[in-house]
Ligand binder design. Structure first.
Ligand code: NAD
Ligand code: UD1
Length: 345
């Protein structure tokens, strides 16, 4: 079984490549390396002891994409490739719409031309927007607050229209909550460019001494300690969710949305405490104003994925913090770190 992975050199894509190879799939990765490095895939090969094929192709280059499909008999596609920074999407919306939407249209057109109609798509809990009630289940009305979120919402709609036009399509829309952590080898992980926007990469960079203190965005939310609550999910659990979704789309038809989250919310202070407990490193922090656009509480109702995909997230916040720290401390400069890794010897 041959699976094409778009954006497979990125954070979630590389972890999913490990799980795909471990499960016996053959994989072809297409990535333009706009937010990733080829070394991530070298490390995927080292972790698994298996080979994969890589094409440095931009989804906006339809001719090159067509060539990839001509070279391989592809059974299904897992589609991660996209730009993902919310703030940046507000500054350069056209780039986000073009990359995320035109890229997906090109992919679907080429898939259609080759009769490939099984797809797992990276959506996001961002499609729930500003909701009052938690947990979020797949049926609540969708809304979103920024261009990045709108690209996810629009692509979900495009994929639904595609299925209406041809019921041979089988598509899973995976709405991730807050992916964190790293492969337990410490060999691959999240390597944000510049100062991280997200909480756990910020904490690990404070711990490694690259940043001086964490700013906690608000302590006046209606939560158990006043700080924002999120559904953090270990990236390896998330990657395994893709294998379950792939099995589902290979064996069924339709377009189905699934929340991939743990169903439990933790606050910013809970995460700081968990990190300090497992690493023994103090994280200096300061409470500052709320970040504009943030909501107080977000967590998933993951029952549909639990039942239909037979998937459950197993790893708790201490394991998330431990694995995020192992990755950061082995690789203080992310994939640019030139150290030899103890983990894989
Ligand atoms: P990432 O940036 O690490 O990975 C995305 C990959 O896609 C990168 O390797 C990038 O080089 C590649 N890419 C981007 N545009 C491309 C194009 N036009 N052609 C070819 N390759 C292209 O991001 P990630 O965190 O691994 O996220 C993967 C997917 O999951 C994205 O679609 C993202 O929007 C979605 N998602 C991520 C999160 C999160 O918190 N990380 C949450 C919800 C949804
Ligand atoms: C962000 C994205 C969202 C994406 C999600 C998962 C925004 C507005 N939203 O949401 O689209 O799907 O990541 O990757 O960027 N926090 C601090 N200090 C920090 C960083 C974060 O206190 O330096 C707090 C936040 O206020 C929030 C929590 O930590 O309460 C988590 O923040 P973050 O990791 O940025 O995730 P989201 O806000 O859920």
């Amino acid at each position: 079984m041959k699976v094409l992975v778009t954006g497979g050199a990125g954070y979630i894509g590389s972890h999913t490549c490990v799980e795909l190879l471990n499960a016996g799939y053959k994989i072809i990765v297409v990535d333009n390396l706009s937010n990733s490095k080829l070394v991530a895939l070298e490390r995927v090969k080292e972790i698994t002891g298996k080979e994969l094929e890589f094409y440095n192709v931009d989804l906006l280059d339809k001719v090159a994409l067509y060539q990839v499909f001509s070279n391989h008999r592809i059974d299904a596609v897992i589609h991660f490739a996209g730009l993902k920074a919310v703030g940046e999407s507000v500054s350069i919306p056209l780039k986000y719409y073009h990359n995320n939407i035109t890229g997906t249209l090109n992919l679907c057109e080429v898939m259609q031309a080759f009769g490939v109609n099984r797809m797992v798509f990276s959506s996001s809990a961002t499609v729930y927007g500003l909701q009052e009630d938690v947990p979020f289940s797949e049926e609540i009305p969708l809304q979103t607050t920024n261009p990045y979120g709108r690209t996810k919402l629009m692509v979900e709609e495009i994929l639904r229209d595609l299925y209406v036009s041809n019921q041979n399509w089988s598509i899973a829309l995976l709405r991730y909550f807050n992916p964190v952590g790293a492969h337990p080898s410490g060999y691959i992980g999240e390597d944000p460019s510049g100062i991280p926007n997200n909480l756990l990469p910020f904490i690990t960079q404070v711990a490694v001494g690259k940043l001086s203190e964490l700013k906690v965005f608000g302590n006046d939310y209606d939560t158990h300690d006043g700080t924002g609550v999120r559904d953090y999910i270990h990236v390896v659990d998330l990657a395994i969710g893709h294998i379950r979704a792939l099995e589902n789309v290979l064996n069924t038809a339709g377009v189905k949305a699934y929340n991939l989250g743990t169903g439990t919310g933790y606050s910013v202070l809970d995460m700081i405490n968990a990190f300090e407990k497992v690493t023994g490193i103090a994280i200096p922090y300061q409470i500052v104003d709320r970040r504009p656009g943030d909501i107080g509480t977000s967590y998933a109702n993951p029952t549909k994925a639990n039942k239909e995909l037979k998937w459950v997230a197993h790893k708790g916040i201490e394991e998330m913090c431990k694995d995020a720290w192992r990755w950061q401390s082995y690789n203080p400069n992310g994939f640019d770190t030139k150290v030899k890794h103890k983990a894989l010897k």
